[in-house]
Design a protein around this ligand. Structure first.
Ligand SMILES: *[C@@H]1O[C@H](CO)[C@@H](O)[C@H](O)[C@H]1NC(C)=O
Ligand SMILES: *[C@@H]1O[C@H](CO)[C@@H](O)[C@H](O)[C@H]1NC(C)=O
Ligand SMILES: *[C@@H]1O[C@H](CO)[C@@H](O)[C@H](O)[C@H]1NC(C)=O
Ligand SMILES: *[C@@H]1O[C@H](CO)[C@@H](O)[C@H](O)[C@H]1NC(C)=O
Length: 178
């Protein structure tokens, strides 16, 4: 019985340790890195309007453009230049030369991206609207980021705790029957 007791305590400790690790990892999960075009990447013959449909892009998410660095590029333009595929005066040139470019969506506003070198006319254009994270229960306009993280904690803690208590109770019951 004593040995079993100790094993039970050990298991509960392990679960508690797992809980701590899970909770620590949750805030990292809240930002999404979107690979533009999914498996197709940033290329011709993909309709990026359809790709973006139904997706929610939130403040602090990232876009990841994967493409043929010898051909395409990644330029942020304004709405007019997006519509006309005009790459003469980009607002921001995200092209690094590796064919792997990241864009941090650090402002809640519309973003318009095109590839220059004529590819925009073939459909390489992406328009998204970056939204605020859904408001947490106790929203504090002064510190959106940390309240968003707090809401993530609030949202996930009960589930993890429930699981921990359930597992702990199971071990407890098991030990008593034994
Ligand atoms: C986009 O930029 C072009 C060139 O600078 C300008 O003529 C046009 O009015 C701008 N459009 C918007 C919507 O700001
Ligand atoms: C964008 O930046 C890359 C890397 O610095 C450069 O090679 C390229 O010419 C730039 N493109 C435009 C359209 O400014
Ligand atoms: C957002 O990111 C862009 C590109 O990396 C940068 O130029 C800009 O200063 C940033 N804006 C804010 C508000 O952090
Ligand atoms: C992409 O699909 C949308 C919606 O079906 C359509 O309106 C648009 O013309 C298409 N874009 C291209 C470049 O084919």
């Amino acid at each position: 019985m004593e040995i079993l007791r100790r094993r039970v305590d050990g298991s509960v400790l392990l679960v508690a340790a797992a809980l701590v690790v899970l909770l620590a990892a949750v805030p990292e999960v809240s930002a999404t890195r979107w690979t533009v075009g999914g498996n197709m990447g940033w290329t011709t013959n993909v309709n990026y309007t359809i790709w973006a449909q139904g997706k929610h892009f939130y403040y602090d998410d990232w876009l990841f453009f994967v493409y043929d660095r010898n051909q395409m590029n990644v330029l942020e333009v304004n709405k007019t230049d997006y519509e006309n595929c005009n790459s003469d005066h980009p607002l921001h040139n995200f092209t690094t030369g590796a064919g792997r470019d990241v864009v941090h969506l650090n402002v809640t506003r519309p973003y318009y991206f095109i590839s220059g070198k004529g590819f925009c006319y073939g459909g390489m254009k992406l328009a998204i609207h970056v939204e605020h994270l859904p408001p947490p229960p106790s929203a504090s306009p002064l510190n959106e980021k940390s309240s968003a993280l707090r809401s993530t904690y609030i949202g996930h803690t009960p589930f993890f705790l429930t699981a921990v208590f359930a597992i702990a109770a199971l071990y407890e019951a098991f030990a008593q029957v034994w």
